[in-house]
Write a protein that binds this ligand. Structure first.
Ligand SMILES: [Zn+2]
Ligand SMILES: [Zn+2]
Ligand SMILES: [Zn+2]
Length: 468
């Protein structure tokens, strides 16, 4: 560990670090809280040294989740300013890092430009003059409270969205923000969406807006039902994810969760699930994965609406727990995939977070050996061991986190039990994500360095992944 600093004040409260508050949404948010506690410094995100008894070196997180300010104090993913030293902070999605920032040059290109935070140029605090420069996302001072950065070297967009970050550019439609709670709900949805999109970028999955890629891009329509108007249903169609913004109302969502007898219902879970439908179209539908996919998930050509109606009228398939990650997953192969995909993203992000802070299943005193190599035998994956290690780490960590939740009287952190068949499905998600990421990395490597990348992974990627 790095040495402790003699500071007396440090804030570890995520709520207290909500991106710079503004507007009515901010007025309803929790007020910043600076928590008095033992000073703490944080190592740069990365694998921790193995502790006594550690059985293996901890893998580095794919998307690091621990960051530190220039003053050495820990800061968090949603922060736009260090509460201790007031250094501005911004998240660079390409590096997957939250950067302390220095102002470079306030732009002088028009009246009011200096009052507009998104017109100013920034670079990482203490970096050399030639280091990359950034602008702040223009949603920083809206209710979205976005702390992401936009590269100053990126292509200038002529459509007026140049100053929106990669995540905000994906949002195509907003609800009527003059209605009560709309800003607050938008804020919550964007916060969950930034978490999702940062993971997708970290996994090197293709992430582009409809403006950048009209055929294969992704858009979010955040809609709010109005009295007498059309109902809004959260779902996905051809790269457009519709979100019923009322899902951001905690009481309403919890009521839905109870009525539907779901053990877990969150905004982030919804967004991960819907992104699964999108990536099915991008990575599976017209690829060589479709055969192995149907062998595990079933034939998606069976009547989708009839399957949904049956699910809501008659409930889940009997013994669904032996084949699916959730009851809802049993209603149709598409939903099975989206649920499994979301589950995989839960696992990867939670493990990334734990590892970023020096914790994973290898460090907890709980030893599960529930699934061995026979669980994924016959998959044809020479690297199945990687997945099994991830799964083992996850189950051990989740086991301890469940006990922690119970110690606080909270619902289980991870209220799921994985069957062997569900594990095989998760493994297929892992392979599809890994090969898609390898292909994206290969494309980037070829474009910028001429490197061939990892031949084994890229060969599998080239064989399986259809690119729009
Ligand atoms: Zn600081
Ligand atoms: Zn943004
Ligand atoms: Zn779905």
């Amino acid at each position: 560990m790095s040495s402790l600093r003699p500071a007396a004040r440090s804030s570890l409260s995520q709520a207290g670090h909500a991106a710079r508050p503004s507007g009515r949404a901010a007025a309803r948010s929790a007020a910043p809280v600076a928590v008095e506690q033992t000073p703490l410094t944080l190592r740069a995100a990365g694998p921790a040294e193995p502790g006594p008894g550690a059985r293996a070196r901890m893998p580095a997180p794919v998307t690091p989740r621990a960051y530190s300010c220039r003053c050495g104090r820990p800061v968090f993913f949603n922060n736009s300013e260090c509460l201790a030293c007031h250094t501005p902070l911004g998240y660079d999605p390409e590096q997957g890092r939250l950067l302390p920032l220095d102002l470079v040059v306030p732009e002088q290109d028009g009246p009011g430009a200096q009052d507009d935070p998104s017109a100013a140029l920034w670079r990482e605090a203490g970096a050399a003059r030639e280091a990359p420069r950034f602008r702040r996302c223009s949603n920083l001072d809206t209710a979205a409270g976005c702390n992401w950065l936009v590269s100053d070297a990126g292509p200038a967009a002529a459509d007026g969205t140049a100053l929106l970050c990669r995540c905000c550019r994906l949002t195509r439609t907003l609800p009527d923000l003059t209605l009560e709670n709309s800003e607050l709900w938008w804020n919550r949805i964007e916060m969950a969406k930034r978490r999702l999109v940062s993971s997708l970028i970290g996994l090197k999955l293709p992430v582009a807006s409809k403006g950048e890629d009209p055929a294969g891009g992704l858009a979010f329509d955040l809609l709010r039902a109005t009295p007498g108007g059309m109902p809004v249903v959260t779902g996905h169609a051809d790269g457009v994810i519709t979100v019923d913004v009322e899902e951001a109302d905690d009481a309403w969502r919890e009521q839905r969760r109870a009525v539907l007898m779901e053990p877990y219902r969150t905004l982030l879970g919804h967004l991960r699930h819907e992104s699964g439908h999108y990536y099915w179209q991008r990575l599976v539908e017209r690829s060589h994965w479709l055969g192995p996919w149907r062998a595990l998930f079933g034939d998606e050509r069976r009547d989708y609406l009839a399957a949904l109606n049956k699910y809501y009228e008659q409930g889940p398939a009997p013994h669904w727990g032996q084949r699916h990650v959730s009851a809802y997953a049993s209603c149709h192969p598409w939903e099975d995939w989206a649920e499994t995909w979301a589950h995989y993203l839960h696992m990867v992000d939670a493990l990334d977070t734990a590892r970023s802070f020096g914790l994973d299943g290898e460090r907890v005193q709980l030893d599960y050996e529930r699934f061995g190599s026979d669980a994924v035998a016959g998959s044809g994956d020479a690297r199945a061991g990687e997945f099994l290690q991830l799964l083992k780490s996850w189950m051990e960590l989740a086991g301890v986190l469940n006990e922690l939740s119970r110690s606080m009287g909270l619902p289980d952190f991870y209220p799921f039990v994985l069957s062997r068949t569900a594990v095989r499905k998760l493994h297929l998600v892992h392979r599809i994500v890994s090969t898609a990421g390898a292909l994206e990395a290969r494309t980037a490597a070829c474009a910028y360095t001429g490197s061939a990348g990892d031949p084994a992974a890229t060969a599998e990627a080239a064989a399986h992944v259809h690119q729009y």
